[in-house]
Structures are given as structure tokens and as C-alpha cells.
Ligand binder design. Structure first.
Ligand SMILES: [Zn+2]
Length: 260
């Protein structure tokens, strides 16, 4: 089957037409990704889709950027130069790394402000949501460790004697092991500040959590530890809202990156 047919079917799949073709194409990776998207993206992450074969068709079809990003098909210099050794691969903005989604969303200095804004919006949204459940928030409190160094955890939550120290991260979710490692790092980041956190909040035995959102809007299972600790029921609606916020802020960041 030609790549054009695959792509046309894929991008008509979201509630429009072409049902018969789609049924025949269920096994294809691109469609499976889209189906996951339509169903809320609960499945485990897949490795990057190889776009080399279908890139020409993609460029003709101009599907929505949100779908491209979700399917790992968003064009960057790294992806469009695959199989073309003479094409530029370095970031068009900073020229310090290969231009990948991971670089643009996670490191590129050109979009640093947009990256901070995205992080802060997600932290705000989390804080507002948990406040409905009686948690008091401390946003970026300034804490001094015993060696005099200054630390600013994203969010400390306190209810009765319970304390949660939360580090929010927005990360490219292509590599599930890397995401899990990041979550563990985030969970350990402020453990040396337990005495200071207890003094600030008046609570006891702080627990530490990462809260990781995937830039493509995928929901990651490790956030459930925090949700469980906070005793939040019906977290699903909030998780969906936050996924969509993350995806839309990432798209804005990419637009800023691409703007002439
Ligand atoms: Zn760059």
C-alpha cells in the first residue's frame, strides 16, 4: 500500500470518514498512535516512528501540527535530513546541537522563556486543582540548605501534618526509561531540605514527588504516586486538561521556534 494512502487514511481517521480503509489499516503504527490519541493516550510509549518513508507525503498533506507532534512526526532538521547526509542537522537557532524535538523543547536557549512559561502554567494548574482538596501551597519557596546554598522547589503542599514536595517537569516522552529516571531524580532532588521544609510548613516527614508531563501530551503513570498521596479522586479530568495544556503550550513553543 502506498504511503499516500496510509497518510490520507490516518489523518481522516479522527471522526470523519474513510472507516473501511481505516479498519484495514489498524495494524499500522501511525494509525495506532492516532487511535491512542482519540482514546486518551493511556498506552505505553512507543519508540519513535520512522518517518523517512512517509515524509514526502506528509509535506504534501499538511496535517495539523498537534497530530504530527503526537505521532512523533513533527518535522525538524533531524527528521527531514534522515538519509540525506548533506542536509543541515544542527539547530537553526543555536547551532549547538542536532535539531530534534527533544532539543527544541528541552534545551534550546532560543525558546527558554516559552519553556519556563509552559512549566509555570502547569505548576499553577496543579496548585489550583489540589487547593480544592484542602492542600495549602508554597510556590517556589526560598530554602537555604545547611551549606548555605539556595533552593527553590516548584511546589510544596501541606495538609494537616502531611507534606508533599513536588518538582514539575515537562519532558519529551519518547524514551520511557529516561522519563522514569527523570522522575526518580526529581523525587530525590530536595530530600536534603527536609528539616527546612518542616520548619516552613509546620508539617512532618515530607514526601517527595516528580510531576512529569510529556510534551506530546501523554499522561505518565508515575504521576499516580502523587495523586494517591494527595488523596485526589477523579483525577482523570484534570489529567486530560493538563495533557491538552501541555500539548498546546508545546505547539506554541514550536511555532515561536519556527517563526522567521
Ligand atoms: Zn537550539
Amino acid at each position: 500500500m502506498s504511503s499516500d494512502v496510509v497518510i490520507q487514511a490516518s489523518f481522516q481517521y479522527k471522526g470523519e470518514c474513510n472507516t473501511d480503509t481505516v479498519v484495514e489499516l489498524q495494524e499500522l503504527k501511525v494509525l495506532k498512535e492516532i487511535e491512542n490519541f482519540c482514546n486518551g493516550g493511556e498506552e505505553e510509549m512507543d519508540p519513535i516512528t520512522d518517518i523517512q518513508d512517509i515524509m514526502p507525503a506528509l509535506q504534501r498533506q499538511k496535517p495539523p501540527n498537534s497530530l504530527l507532534l503526537w505521532c512523533n512526526l513533527y518535522p525538524t532538521r533531524a527528521t527531514v535530513s534522515r538519509g540525506r547526509p548533506n542536509r543541515h542537522k544542527l539547530c537553526r537557532r543555536c547551532e549547538t546541537a542536532i535539531e530534534t524535538i527533544s532539543h527544541i523543547s528541552g534545551c534550546c536557549p532560543f525558546v527558554k522563556n516559552a519553556r519556563i512559561k509552559c512549566h509555570n502554567r502547569i505548576t499553577d494548574q496543579l496548585q489550583k486543582h489540589v487547593s480544592k482538596y484542602g492542600w495549602t501551597s508554597y510556590m517556589e519557596p526560598r530554602l537555604f540548605a545547611k551549606d548555605g546554598s539556595l533552593w527553590k522547589p516548584d511546589l510544596i503542599l501541606k495538609k494537616e501534618q502531611k507534606i508533599a514536595v513536588v518538582d514539575v517537569t515537562v519532558q519529551y516522552e519518547n524514551d520511557s526509561k529516561a522519563v522514569e529516571m527523570a522522575w526518580r531524580e526529581k523525587s530525590d532532588k530536595y530530600k536534603h531540605l527536609n528539616a527546612e521544609v518542616m520548619e516552613l510548613t509546620g508539617g512532618l516527614e515530607p514526601k517527595h514527588f516528580g510531576f512529569i508531563m510529556g510534551i506530546r501530551g501523554k499522561r505518565l503513570g508515575m504521576n499516580n504516586c502523587l495523586v494517591k498521596f494527595l488523596g485526589i479522586e477523579r483525577f482523570e479530568t484534570f489529567a486530560q486538561k493538563t495533557s491538552r495544556l501541555t500539548l498546546s503550550l508545546t505547539l506554541k513553543l514550536l511555532q515561536l521556534f519556527n517563526d522567521k
